[in-house]
Design a protein around this ligand. Structure first.
Ligand code: CIZ
Ligand code: SF4
Length: 303
């Protein structure tokens, strides 16, 4: 039996569902029950009342959020090594240091953080709702981490003072995009629309026709009348964009824009993970309850 069929059979036997992030390998997206961004997937996990096991094909912090929001389900991360380097950039010690410097300023954390960090913040946000969350706060100055580029973008959009913590947290994959290379592609495809993720640099945002998260890029591409899109985010999203818009053309803004951690979840590892029910992601108390409050506050603000 082919590996994908074996996975689907095991999935039925074990009442499992497979959730795949937009940056997963094409063959992983193709066997998933849902493909989406981290919060769309966590919400899906909450809706799937019958499921007992959730295979969360993504990276550590996303599986942690799913486990926090679905404490009664077994959440499996197929590859134990799939860790987001950006999430590692903000430690609890660093947060405490900033909290002492700005005791009255609210702390908003991007979901790309470990649960131990989320436990110390007032509210979480995603790249899709960061502007909405910060606008909703009754404060003109906000501590925000860990992505420095997203912090800068939110400052531009809200007009509030956003203090990035740490000073220069970043996504190594999104930093690979360069405006000169996009300009060169524009010469080949003059009618193309340029979509840029807010984790990219300010120079990249400047040349964008549209700045948004992966889910927002999918919505934008669907609605747009354009036929060609130059896309500046992790290459996995192009598989989804092409599947959902077969008549449109999508060009990656830089061929090397691959997140190696996302790609650790191979079909083989998904199969082994489901068969052996490993690697179970569990967030200990009281961290889980505190982090859940910060995630729920985000849901309250954004509905
Ligand atoms: O929240 C997510 O899923 C991430 C990290 C990317 C995005 O833009 O959707
Ligand atoms: Fe982390 Fe960047 Fe990979 Fe997303 S693409 S998991 S932010 S390193």
């Amino acid at each position: 039996m082919a590996l994908d069929e074996k996975i689907l059979q095991l999935k039925r036997e074990k009442k499992a569902i497979i959730l795949a992030h937009n940056y997963q390998r094409p063959e992983v997206q193709d066997i998933a029950d849902y493909v989406g961004d981290s919060i769309e997937l966590s919400r899906k996990a909450m809706e799937e009342k019958e499921a007992e096991i959730i295979v969360f094909a993504a990276v550590d912090f996303m599986a942690e959020s799913a486990a926090i929001l679905n404490p009664e389900k077994k959440v499996l991360l197929p590859s134990a090594g799939a860790r987001c380097p950006m999430a590692q950039m903000l430690t609890v010690d660093e947060i405490k240091r900033w909290r002492v410097l700005y005791p009255l300023v609210p702390l908003v954390l991007y979901v790309n953080t470990l649960a131990s960090a989320k436990a110390y913040c007032d509210v979480c946000c995603t790249s899709a709702n960061a502007v909405e969350v910060i606008n909703a706060l009754d404060a003109e100055t906000v501590l925000f981490g860990p992505d420095h580029n997203l912090a800068e973008y939110v400052q531009e959009k809200t007009g509030k003072t956003i203090i990035p913590i740490p000073e220069r947290g970043f996504c190594p994959t999104h930093l690979l995009f360069q405006p000169e290379e996009v300009q060169a592609l524009k010469a080949d495809y003059p009618d193309a629309v340029v979509m840029v993720h807010p984790e990219c640099t300010a120079e990249m945002r400047k040349i964008a026709d549209f700045v948004g998260s992966t889910s927002q890029m999918c919505q934008y591409a669907k609605k747009s009348n354009a036929e060609i899109f130059i896309v500046a985010t992790e290459e996995g999203l192009l598989h989804r964009l092409r599947r959902e818009n077969p008549s449109k053309r999508f060009v990656l803004a830089y061929e090397g824009a691959v997140c190696p951690n996302m790609k650790l979840n191979t079909l083989e590892r998904i199969y082994l993970s489901l068969r052996n029910e490993r690697h179970v992601v569990k967030v200990p108390e009281p961290i889980a309850s505190k982090a859940r409050k910060a995630l729920e506050k985000m849901f309250e603000i954004t509905h």
